[in-house]
Design a protein around this ligand. Structure first.
Ligand SMILES: Cc1cc2nc3c(=O)[nH]c(=O)nc-3n(C[C@H](O)[C@H](O)[C@H](O)COP(=O)(O)OP(=O)(O)OC[C@H]3O[C@@H](n4cnc5c(N)ncnc54)[C@H](O)[C@@H]3O)c2cc1C
Length: 378
């Protein structure tokens, strides 16, 4: 089998690794437009379930990734200068670049051909392969070229966000709410290696415009946000890595395949970063696609099975991400809540976690919340 993979992100690399490792006689070629050590952004997070999938699918890469992880089990909600910690939520953070380099190393060792610094945009380049895996990310140019076939549904969401790093270590997924004269600023932060945290700032478009962000250069925006979150950053600066304000794009596709071409990862579907599942979706797509090809034994049957089996699971995750994203888009209406109530609302926002589930995760938090309620909730 002769396979072309467009895009060397987590989805493309992980699929290539699985395919080449199981079938050394297959030709697997990954074309990535960037250099191997170039990546936007900082760290990403995984939950325990994803860890188990990765361990069961390819233990050597999982072991290398585990060595690079920071782990925690708390979600912290910071509101009105009060921090509420909710335990029992195990997550791991890893630097995106470290993860990609681990995947690149294992791909190279397995014999995958990795070609960097080349952008594949000419449809002529897709010809002559038995299978073309389209893993070129949220702004996929391949999906755009073949839009008539894939029929993408792209929703540009109203909130603005910007992805920074910082040397302040946030132990646990920390959600910080800082209202000021311009509106509400929300930070999503977590450590991803021994000395760095991801620090994503999100706000609604009214807040963004009121603060004059449309007229500020990035360094001025950064200085402004360092002031807003001065207490949380404990005086440390925010670190930029080509950071820029963007709007989240919610991507779906009516059709996942076209002939011998198949979309995976962010090119296929996105999940809002507030549930930390974009990379999870990408890696699980890769596992599901490889599994479907293996069990069906031919490209057409494998691609049909991939879509049929994977779509309901991906839809489910996207639905949970949608609820979470909409909660953050409307968080301003809950700023009158006591920190305890806000923490409760946040933990149960997706409808997937109820009182019983929360009590299993963190009985002390549920007891404290119920005692506070019983005492009048003031
Ligand atoms: C602010 C923010 C925070 C996030 N936080 C998390 C998190 O906490 N947890 C999590 O799991 N996910 C998170 N994500 C999402 C995560 O980064 C993506 O979901 C994930 O990287 C998707 O993997 P992918 O392989 O599909 O795409 P990508 O990682 O985007 O990789 C696509 C690759 O294709 C390359 N490419 C594009 N076009 C071409 C072309 N024509 N030819 C060749 N190469 C091409 C690109 O350079 C890129 O390397 C976050 C995303 C953002 C923006």
């Amino acid at each position: 089998m002769n396979i072309l993979v467009i895009g060397g992100g987590p989805a493309g690399l992980y699929f290539s690794l699985l395919a080449k490792k199981k079938h050394p006689d297959w030709a697997v070629r990954v074309v990535e437009r960037n250099a191997p050590d170039a990546t936007f952004g900082w760290g990403v997070v995984f939950n325990d379930k994803t860890q188990n999938y990765l361990r069961d699918t390819d233990e050597p890469t999982w072991r290398d990734m585990t060595a690079a992880y920071q782990t925690w089990d708390n979600v912290d909600v910071v509101h009105r200068d009060t921090r509420i910690s909710i335990r029992g939520n195990r997550f791991s953070g890893i630097q995106r670049l470290a993860m990609l380099q681990i995947l690149q190393k294992h791909c190279a060792a397995a014999g995958v051909v990795l070609e960097f610094g080349r952008e594949l945009i000419d449809p002529g380049d897709w010809k002559g392969y038995d299978l073309v895996v389209v893993a070129d990310g949220v702004n996929s140019s391949t999906r755009r070229t073949l839009a008539a076939h894939f029929q993408p549904d792209i929703q540009v969401r109203p909130n603005k966000y910007i992805w920074y790093g910082t040397r302040t270590l946030f132990h646990g997924l920390t959600l910080t709410f800082r209202p000021n004269e311009h509106g509400l600023w929300i930070a999503h932060s977590y450590k991803f290696n021994a000395d760095t945290s991801t620090f994503i700032v999100e706000c609604d478009p009214v807040t963004w415009a009121a603060a004059g962000m449309d007229r500020k250069e990035e360094p001025a925006a950064r200085a402004y946000l360092e002031q807003v979150f001065a207490k949380d950053l404990r005086g440390a600066p925010l670190l930029s890595n080509k950071s820029a304000w963007i709007n989240f794009q919610r991507i779906r596709n009516a059709h996942w395949t076209h002939g011998n071409m198949v979309l995976i990862g962010d090119a296929l579907h996105t999940a809002h970063f507030s549930i930390g599942s974009g990379t999870r979706l990408a890696l699980e797509d890769a596992i599901a696609l490889f599994g479907a090809l293996e069990t069906r034994g031919s490209v057409p049957a494998g691609l049909a099975a991939f879509e049929a089996e994977r779509r309901p699971k991906a839809d489910d995750l996207q639905a949970a991400a949608q609820v979470s994203m909409e909660w953050f888009e409307n968080a301003g209406k809950d700023m009158g809540l006591h920190p305890m109530e806000l923490a409760w609302v946040l933990m149960t926002r997706s409808g997937k976690i109820d009182r019983e589930n929360l009590a299993r995760r963190d009985p002390a938090f549920v007891a404290a919340y119920e005692a506070w309620k019983a005492g009048g909730g003031a």
